[in-house]
Design a protein around this ligand. Structure first.
Ligand SMILES: NC(=O)C1=CN([C@@H]2O[C@H](COP(=O)(O)OP(=O)(O)OC[C@H]3O[C@@H](n4cnc5c(N)ncnc54)[C@H](O)[C@@H]3O)[C@@H](O)[C@H]2O)[C@@H](O)CC1
Ligand SMILES: Nc1ncnc2c1ncn2[C@@H]1O[C@H](COP(=O)(O)OP(=O)(O)O)[C@@H](O)[C@H]1O
Ligand SMILES: [K+]
Length: 551
């Protein structure tokens, strides 16, 4: 696992590096710009100088005389992101590209390092002025738009010329697939801390991404480490692909006091929760715990059966489904290794929980929201067992303050966005409010606040699943970029996730460890299985994922 930085943390690391005297801001900017150009050539080798002259675009696209020359438009902003843009413009020009530069801001007010690179650029090229009505992207043969308006410094919406240019770039790339947009550090208009586009008040009320001209880059090249916004919310969609450039700041990470903000960890294919307890140790079945999963009534048992299958495959020694008497036959017809108990009412559950070998519970999937279900949730919470609360159990807790007050530090709540809003309406409102200034309130902020309030682990689902505990520890299981698994959006996949977490709790994982590992495994199973996945496939894919981990 590694950490994602906020803009403030990145600034602090940069400041520490410069203060050490080991590097100057200008050197960092040069490394950044060079890294962007190298990343462009790695991403599209046909654009690299070693590839030879640019191939001729089709006849009907040619409108200029410079046939065979690659052409770039570089959009520079008023800060150091713009400074990186001037470096990129210079380097592309040096490799023989035809480069046009636009500046959003006043050249006299550029910060010192950006100003130096502006001056270096104007020695070899011009800065274009912009008149309304111009087709600033020029002839149709445009190869590259470099978006260097704003990076980690974005604090308010782009206006006028800035937002117009982003929409010109979008429009051009949507018409001509060979026109690539590359964002420097972050797509301009995307908040580095939240991944949310910063929108103008005048767009309030419209869906953010639809209402605001934000670039959907083909490639985003960032420096040192990923920022939270690269992985949260709309960030990944706007970034396209993400590449990293090492600008020599590794030594300074440790020297910086990152203040009150705990790091957000990122779980990716390579960075997985390597808990020593994941391999199964010797012992009999009850050394690996006994998970009890409560099911709904007649015809409502599918969700619990999916969760139970997940808990068993993830390694719980024994798994039992508990259901009302009328549903016993239906469940018996479908379960073999999973045991089945009659849980006719709250008293029956309380009796069952007298057996302390049952060490993990899962309540909610298919359970219904009746008074009886409420009583079961109450009994489950009262037992003090490690417990996953999902689906209907979350709805019950959301509308019942005394039940909410019973949550404890062995609980894991697994809401999707709708359930999150029922549980934490004020927090959800903050997250849903338009982001009109940066740094904007993020899904990390929301999940951490929720975990603190609930006093337990909260796993807030989505392609950017955020998991937080009450201490402020937080991680993001990213199902984005090369780990994108949109086929997880299928009925029942959340039930299997609840089962994975319950099984891991039964095996003795702590709530945060179980939630992180369960979410990570769910994505790995989806990737391993591939398109066509249905929820039933997830537990069946686990052995393959475990084998690949060498367990
Ligand atoms: N932090 C680092 O270590 C490095 C940073 N570099 C670059 O520097 C960037 C950060 O530079 P800055 O802090 O100058 O920030 P930006 O260049 O992102 O923004 C510049 C300034 O514009 C103002 N601003 C924000 N939103 C605005 C808006 N909508 N309209 C008009 N003005 C607005 C703010 O005052 C902001 O500081 C990074 O994204 C990266 O590209 C690189 O040069 C390499 C090293
Ligand atoms: N686009 C997506 N990319 C990756 N994971 C997703 C995506 N959409 C949903 N998921 C995951 O799939 C699961 C869906 O859970 P949930 O909404 O509770 O569905 P259900 O109740 O039908 O099981 C969650 O774990 C969520 O994180
Ligand atoms: K940018």
């Amino acid at each position: 696992m590694t950490e994602l930085l906020t803009a403030a943390q990145m600034r602090a690391i940069e400041a520490a590096a410069i203060a050490s005297g080991e590097v100057t801001g200008l050197e960092l900017m040069e490394r950044a710009g060079r890294g962007v150009v190298a990343a462009i050539f790695e991403e599209w080798p046909e654009l690299a100088p070693s590839w030879g002259p640019a191939p001729k675009p089709p006849e009907y696209f040619l409108q200029n005389d410079e046939q065979g020359l690659h052409r770039a438009v570089v959009l520079c902003g008023p800060g150091n992101n713009g400074g990186d843009g001037f470096v990129v413009a210079r380097l592309l020009k040096e490799t023989g590209w035809d480069v046009e530069v636009f500046l959003y801001g006043d050249a006299e007010k550029l910060p010192p390092d950006a100003r130096v690179n502006y001056v270096r650029w104007v020695e070899i090229g011009g800065v274009q002025s912009f008149e309304f009505g111009d087709d600033v992207m020029g002839p149709d043969d445009l190869t590259l738009v470099v978006d260097a308006f704003f990076g980690t410094g974005l604090v308010r919406p782009l206006e006028g010329f800035g937002s117009l240019f982003l929409s010109f770039a979008e429009e051009r790339a949507s018409r001509f697939p060979y026109t690539k947009i590359v964002s420097v550090d972050l797509p301009s208009a995307v908040c580095a801390d939240s991944g949310r586009p910063i929108v103008s008040e005048s767009f309030v009320g419209l869906p953010e991404i639809a209402a605001f001209p934000v670039t959907h880059a083909h490639l985003t090249v960032t420096f040192h480490k990923a920022k939270r916004g690269h992985y949260l919310s709309d960030g990944p969609i706007c970034c396209g692909r993400l590449r990293f450039v090492d600008i020599g700041l590794d030594d300074f990470d440790q020297r910086v006091d990152v203040g009150q903000q705990k790091p957000a960890l990122i779980l990716t294919h390579e960075r997985w929760p390597q808990y020593p307890s994941l391999p199964k140790k010797q012992g009999h079945k009850y050394s690996h715990g006994h998970a009890l999963i409560l099911s709904g009534g007649v015809g409502k048992g599918g969700a619990a059966r999916l969760a139970a299958r997940g808990a068993l495959r993830v390694g719980a020694g024994a798994v039992t489904v508990g259901c009302p008497p009328a549903a016993l036959i239906e469940n018996a017809a479908q379960l073999n290794a999973i045991m089945l108990w009659n849980v006719k009412d709250v008293a029956a559950l309380t009796d069952i929980l007298a057996d302390d070998r049952i060490n993990a519970l899962c309540l909610g999937p298919g359970m219904g929201v009746s008074d009886e279900s409420r009583g079961l949730v109450e009994a489950g919470l009262k037992s003090g067992r490690a417990i996953v609360l999902d689906a209907d159990a979350l709805t019950l807790i959301g509308r019942d303050a005394p039940l909410f007050a019973m949550l404890h530090d062995r609980c894991v709540l697994t809401p999707h966005a709708g359930e999150f809003a029922r549980l934490f309406p004020d927090i959800a409102d903050k997250l849903a409010a338009p982001a009109t200034k940066g740094p904007a309130y993020s899904k990390v902020d929301a999940t951490c606040e929720a975990a603190k309030r609930a006093g337990c682990v909260v796993l807030f689902k989505g392609p950017d699943t955020v998991i937080a505990d009450l201490s402020g520890r937080c991680s993001i299981n990213a199902s984005v970029y090369e780990r994108s698994a949109p086929w997880l959006a299928t009925a029942g996949s959340g039930d299997v996730l609840a089962g994975f977490i319950t099984g891991l709790l039964a095996r003795g994982f702590g709530p945060m460890q179980a939630a992180e590992s369960g979410a990570w495994l769910q994505t790995e199973c989806a990737l391993s299985f591939g398109p066509g996945l249905i929820a039933e496939d997830l537990p069946e894919e686990l052995p393959k994922v475990f084998r690949a981990l060498g367990l």
